[in-house]
Design a protein around this ligand. Sequence first.
Ligand code: FAD
Ligand code: NAG
Ligand code: NAG
Ligand code: NAG
Ligand code: NAG
Ligand code: NAG
Ligand code: NAG
Ligand code: NAG
Length: 498
Amino acid sequence: MRLTLALSITAAVLATASPHAKKAAIDACLEAAKVPVDAPGSADWETDSNPFNLRLPYTPAAIAVPTTLEHIQAAVSCAAKVGVKVNPKSGGHSYASFGLGGEDGHLIVQLDRLYNVTLDSKTKIATVQPGARLGHVATALYDQGKRAFSHGTCPGVGVGGHSIHGGFGFSSHTHGLAVDWIAGATVVLANGSAVHVSETENRDLFWALRGAGSNFGIVTAFEFNTFPAPENVTAFEVNLPWNNASAIAKGWGNLQHWLQTGGMPEKLNMRVFANRGQNVLHGLYHGNTTEMKAEVQTLLKTVNSTLSNVRESDWMGGIAHYAYSNEIDITGPGYDTVENFYSKSLVTSALPTEVLESVAQYWEDEARSNTRDWFIIIDMYGGPNSAVTKVPAAATSYPYRDPKDHLFLYELYDRVPNTGSYPANGFSFLDGWVKSFTDGLDESQWGMYVNYADPRMNRTEAQNVYYRKSLPRLREIKKQVDPTELFYYPQAVQPAGL
Ligand SMILES: Cc1cc2nc3c(=O)[nH]c(=O)nc-3n(C[C@H](O)[C@H](O)[C@H](O)COP(=O)(O)OP(=O)(O)OC[C@H]3O[C@@H](n4cnc5c(N)ncnc54)[C@H](O)[C@@H]3O)c2cc1C
Ligand SMILES: *[C@@H]1O[C@H](CO)[C@@H](O)[C@H](O)[C@H]1NC(C)=O
Ligand SMILES: *[C@@H]1O[C@H](CO)[C@@H](O)[C@H](O)[C@H]1NC(C)=O
Ligand SMILES: *[C@@H]1O[C@H](CO)[C@@H](O)[C@H](O)[C@H]1NC(C)=O
Ligand SMILES: *[C@@H]1O[C@H](CO)[C@@H](O)[C@H](O)[C@H]1NC(C)=O
Ligand SMILES: *[C@@H]1O[C@H](CO)[C@@H](O)[C@H](O)[C@H]1NC(C)=O
Ligand SMILES: *[C@@H]1O[C@H](CO)[C@@H](O)[C@H](O)[C@H]1NC(C)=O
Ligand SMILES: *[C@@H]1O[C@H](CO)[C@@H](O)[C@H](O)[C@H]1NC(C)=O
């Protein structure tokens, strides 16, 4: 579509204009194009500019709140004309506030009012608007036809950011990542045009979108394949006797061997959750209690422990269990959970004994004595029965598909009370823990997960560790579709040749 701008100055002038002048220009352009916006200082502005991670607040130049595809196209065209960077925000759960641009002065396209989910009863493909939150998606798919696709646990996370960068949860060992269920999408590009991507249309862009989607445009509609939700799922816990460094290294080594050698049944989904007070396996078996008990016998022997908190339920009961909430069907801007934290991630191969030992020693020496509210999650990500590593490496830009090199996904998280502030000398805690892994690994044996973005890395390092082997092709595609980096944030993919 074409826009008439109520502006007399040219884009070239604006590109070098002051932030104040740019703000005036973007406001004027959005108004002329009749794009709904949040008035600065209004309650909506406060809600929409409030970051999930309180540690990283940023002030947008403007916040557009589109209700149509045309509004999104017009907003992107305004940003291009005025020379303001633009970022879509879906659920707003980026750890680095990348939905707010990761710095001041961007145009934010707030998508969370667009949350319709429609299941086609024949094809079982769901059309999902880009600001739907995961809990609502799960509820709607179940209500409309007892269907599902895999995704993470937090019901407030947006499908927009989550699914295009991976999306791991308690269905992923059985059914893969959220990104693996994307059948197609409509995307608004930097030049304002809307294109459809799928296995048969705009295939480069479809590839790029499934792993690094925030760099190429704004997804305005998703089509997801779905699977039938299992009748029953069974959640359980297993306490791990990991009470000192040698017990951690030995116990983890045994668990790793079990995972690596095919011990983990396909229908099992599991993670280690540990903090100052506990070391526990969280599991979700896609089946009933009887089946689960039969299938976890080798696991219990391997970790020398017993089952606890066994809870069988229907599908939505399993979702609620690991959301730690009965409030699942969350829509729109009303969701106001926030935290104040620093987080890092890893994806690694099986860990050699000396790495297990150095990680366990760090855990014992530095983590146990740290009185902040930290946790580590070790996801049972790969292994011979994992659906994630059965997807061919070249199928999507998401880079962690090697059955050998990608065994565990980790989240390391360190938070302070919302009313406090994260200490300036706090970062070294997680930096050091991650270093205790990577020092003993080859670069091919580890990477990081952009859905748990760590904004303290410089851009070169961030692109490398997030995208690994996919990076060169991503940079080529970026050069083709967004050479001027309209969709920029501090760790965004750089166009090739820059
Ligand atoms: C409490 C909590 C629990 C989590 N649990 C899990 C989990 O179990 N598993 C897991 O894998 N991850 C998990 N995550 C991480 C989560 O997947 C990422 O933070 C994700 O990117 C958030 O998506 P969002 O849409 O809510 O965030 P946003 O901040 O809105 O967006 C994140 C990024 O995606 C871009 N983006 C958003 N929408 C679009 C769109 N329509 N088109 C193009 N780009 C878009 C944004 O510009 C930004 O760069 C969790 C996060 C939180 C806060
Ligand atoms: C969502 O779907 C409902 C019912 O079909 C419809 O009335 C509404 O306009 C849709 N909302 C958007 C933003 O598309
Ligand atoms: C570590 O814990 C294990 C299991 O509880 C115990 O057998 C072992 O003696 C402990 N080792 C040390 C060094 O404390
Ligand atoms: C558990 O599930 C299995 C496989 O679906 C089924 O054969 C069995 O009857 C179920 N048992 C119970 C107690 O529901
Ligand atoms: C397994 O756990 C039991 C009970 O905690 C303990 O007595 C036994 O030594 C452990 N066995 C091994 C091989 O660690
Ligand atoms: C098992 O699934 C059925 C169908 O979803 C449901 O009616 C039943 O309540 C479930 N069992 C439990 C223990 O929740
Ligand atoms: C980016 O960070 C890496 C790792 O810390 C460092 O080696 C590199 O020199 C940095 N690059 C720039 C341009 O600062
Ligand atoms: C918009 O950009 C895409 C990707 O570079 C290109 O294929 C398309 O032709 C462009 N459309 C217009 C109208 O310029």
